[in-house]
Design a protein around this ligand. Structure first.
Ligand code: ZN
Length: 212
């Protein structure tokens, strides 16, 4: 089993080997200041089908999309940390609340032992309680893209007390199904879901795919 130190050194190695900006490929930082500036300032606000206000840093395209993909496949912590300022700003809107990450279903994250949702939650400056668990771990192969995120969730015994204000945190909102599943699990455990936070909102591009 990999220790935290091993994971950290793998991330460091990834950063040393590839020091191009994920947005414009300029040599230097993993994301340059110009591209980083393009990631903030235009948050996407919405309401989930359960009536939960959702906020994403921006739409899932351009530099933000490159950042999310880099976070998924390369040094997740290093990339998400660059978005810390923006995420803290959004997190404060819901404070006081506990941040509950949507559990990752990606095999890569399961292998590494941590998910992007948990890393994003850590950047929101809210206490993080990693208590959501996926119920259905069946194969995703053969399922439509918009169905892949439909996973039933449950809450572990290490949950916040009944009545606690909580914010659900995910990496990308595609159909909103993950946030709905997380909301249902939190409600069943007596938690008050006051909002949802994501790095990027892909609901518009999902709708474009479906109408094409
Ligand atoms: Zn750049």
């Amino acid at each position: 089993m990999r220790t935290f130190e091993t994971i950290a050194s793998v991330n460091l190695l990834e950063q040393l080997l590839d020091s191009r900006c994920v947005g414009c490929t300029a040599w230097g930082d993993i994301v340059c200041s110009t591209c980083l500036a393009r990631c903030g300032g235009s948050p996407v606000h919405g309401t989930s089908s359960r009536g939960i206000p959702t906020t994403a840093l921006g739409e899932y395209r351009g530099v933000l999309r490159s950042l999310v993909l880099a976070a998924k496949h390369r040094g997740a912590r290093a990339v998400v940390r660059r978005l810390g300022g923006e995420l803290r700003h959004i997190g404060l809107r819901f404070a006081p609340a506990a941040a509950i990450p949507v559990p990752s279903s990606a095999p890569g994250f399961r292998a590494r032992g941590y998910g992007l949702g948990a890393i994003v939650a850590n950047m929101c400056d809210l206490p993080v309680v990693d208590c959501l668990r996926l119920v259905d771990e069946g194969t995703q192969r053969g399922r439509r893209r918009d169905e892949r995120h439909v996973r039933r969730m449950t809450i572990s015994p290490q949950r916040p007390p009944v009545g606690t204000r909580v914010v659900i945190v995910d990496d990308v909102v595609t159909t909103g199904a993950s946030i709905d599943a997380a909301t249902d699990a939190c409600h069943a455990a007596g938690l008050r879901v006051v909002g949802a936070i994501a790095i990027a909102d892909a609901t518009r591009s999902v709708r474009r795919d479906q109408s094409a």
